[in-house]
Design a binder for this molecule. Structure first.
Ligand code: ATR
Length: 280
């Protein structure tokens, strides 16, 4: 019988995950289907219980359920617990276990893209929401963790809370977006985790990076558009640019591996996603 996988969220209509995962299942000859499963907030619990009864093999979780799903699982991995969000659920012999592959997907993509190590680097993370938390906690727990972090947020208290909640020590400071702009030439890596610059607001950028050093790494987790205003400005300044496609593909590839035990072809997954993102 065809095995069921999926993505739960609200809304999920525009997700590229079904395309990417179904192609990987087909290429590997696995008899499985990945579906976008839209669940209305009122019926969240009931619908998740139904999926579990159907013995769904695994699923991804997106907005707005990454936090609420944790109460419905048998176990939550410690990093996902620390991040406070689950994006991947695995059916392990009937027990549902939650993970977070967003942070690992992001860090793996960044390292693949820029090469080398992030050790001794000063990293500025713009934003202090769920995505920032996943990336900050994963980078801070990495074996080659950066030497310092600046969590830059419009609401600086929220950035401070992110630092205070980190379950281990890191050299991190909370600063405002204005302060970040003033210090921009001291950062080695700048990571935008906010939605500022995302389609349709393509003329917006979260901070002004006029004064960055040429060799700065500028990374944006947005992939629509592929080149945000922030990345366009970074390119003009001869910075290394990294967009959000890699994070999206690798969080998916890591989820796929957790479900099947097989490492999928990441290049093929990326091609599928890029083709869809660039078709008119
Ligand atoms: P996600 O889970 O995708 O990270 P989130 O938890 O809603 O989303 O967090 C969004 C982040 O983007 C926050 O840091 C938010 O700043 P505030 O904490 O001050 O709200 C930031 N953000 C969103 N819109 C912004 C804007 N127009 N300018 C600056 N920051 C913005």
């Amino acid at each position: 019988m065809k095995q069921l996988y999926g993505l739960i969220g609200y809304p999920v209509g525009h997700s590229l995950s079904p395309l990417m995962h179904n192609d990987a299942f087909e290429n590997l000859g696995i008899d499985a289907h990945y579906e976008a499963i839209q669940i209305e907030p009122d019926s969240f619990k009931v619908e998740v219980e139904k999926l579990k009864k159907q013995q769904i093999k695994g699923f991804n979780v997106t907005i707005p359920y990454k936090v609420d799903i944790m109460d419905l699982l048998d176990e939550v991995d410690p990093l996902a617990r620390a991040i406070g969000a689950v994006n991947t659920v695995v059916n392990q012999n009937g027990r549902y276990v939650g993970y977070n592959t967003d942070g690992d997907g992001y860090v793996a993509s960044l390292l693949q893209h820029v090469g080398g190590t992030l050790k001794d680097k000063a990293v500025a993370i713009i934003g202090a929401g769920g995505a920032a938390k996943a990336i900050f906690y994963t980078l801070a727990s990495h074996k080659d963790s950066p030497s310092s972090f600046y969590i830059c947020n419009r609401t600086v208290e929220k950035a401070q809370r992110l630092i205070d909640q980190l379950p281990f020590q890191a050299n991190a400071s909370a600063i405002t977006l204005d302060e970040a702009e003033k210090k921009v030439d001291t950062f080695d890596v700048i990571i935008n985790t906010t939605s500022v610059g995302m389609h349709p607001d393509v003329e917006d950028a979260p901070i002004d990076i006029q004064h960055i050093r040429p060799e700065t790494i500028v990374s944006d987790i947005i992939y629509n558009p592929l080149e945000t205003k922030l990345l366009k400005e970074a390119k003009q300044k001869q910075a290394y640019c990294h967009n959000g496609v890699g994070m999206f593909v690798l969080q998916g590839a890591l989820a796929f591996e957790k479900w099947t035990g097989i490492v999928p072809d990441q290049k093929k997954m990326e091609q599928i996603v890029l083709k869809k993102l660039t078709e008119k």
